[in-house]
Write a protein that binds this ligand. Structure first.
Ligand SMILES: Nc1nc2c([nH]c(=O)n2[C@H]2C[C@H](O)[C@@H](COP(=O)(O)OP(=O)(O)OP(=O)(O)O)O2)c(=O)[nH]1
Length: 153
C-alpha cells in the first residue's frame, strides 16, 4: 500500500488546512502532506511537503494517528497523521495548495473526505487514533469504517 502523510498545523484553537488544487482529493480541504518517498521517514516527508505546498517550515511534528484508505477492495493509501504546534513562515498559495486557517468549531467537513469528521476531533483534543476507511470503488462515498483511539506510536 502506498504510504503517505498529512500534517495539521495548530495554533490558538485553529487549524491550517489547504484546498488541494491537484491530485487525489483535488478541490477538498485536507492537511498538507503527500506520498512518502524512498528513504524518507514519515516525519521527513511532512517537513518536505509542508514546505513545498505552502512554504511553512514545521519543527518537531508529532504523530497522532494513522489510517488505511481503501477504494472498493483496493488499498489506496496508508496515511500517517501529524500534528504540528511549532512552525514558522506565512502560509503561501502555490500551484498545489491554497492554505486557510479554520477555528476548530468551523472546520468545513462538507468539503472534506467523509472520514475526516470522524478523526479530526481526536486530533484537536490530543487523542491518538488508528482507523480503516473503506470507500466505494470511485472513492466517493464511505461504505465501512473502523476507528480505535488511545493508540501508542
Ligand atoms: N484528509 C484526508 N487526506 C487523505 C485521505 N486519504 C488520503 O489518501 N489522504 C491524503 C494523504 C496524502 O496526503 C494525499 C494523497 O497523496 P498525494 O497528494 O501525494 O497524491 P496525489 O495523487 O496528489 O499524487 P502526486 O501529486 O504525488 O502524484 O491524500 C483522507 O481520507 N482524508
Amino acid at each position: 500500500m502506498q504510504p503517505a502523510t498529512l500534517c495539521y498545523p495548530i495554533r490558538n484553537e485553529r487549524v491550517l488546512l489547504i484546498r488541494k488544487k491537484r491530485g487525489l482529493g483535488e478541490g477538498k480541504y485536507v492537511g498538507p502532506g503527500g506520498k512518502i518517498e524512498d528513504g524518507e521517514t514519515p516525519q521527513e516527508t511532512v517537513i518536505r511537503e509542508v514546505e513545498e505546498e505552502i512554504h511553512v517550515t514545521v519543527a518537531a511534528p508529532t504523530k497522532v494517528g494513522e489510517f488505511e484508505f481503501v477504494f472498493g477492495n483496493e488499498p489506496k493509501m496508508f496515511v500517517h497523521v501529524f500534528r504540528a504546534e511549532e512552525f514558522s513562515g506565512v502560509p503561501q498559495e502555490t500551484p498545489e495548495a491554497d492554505p486557510r486557517w479554520f477555528d476548530f468549531k468551523n472546520v468545513p467537513y462538507d468539503e472534506m473526505w467523509e472520514d475526516d469528521r470522524l478523526w479530526m476531533p481526536h486530533l484537536f483534543s490530543g487523542v491518538t487514533f488508528s482507523g480503516c476507511f473503506q470507500f466505494d470503488s470511485e472513492g466517493e462515498q464511505m461504505v465501512e469504517h473502523e476507528l480505535v483511539t488511545g493508540v501508542d506510536f
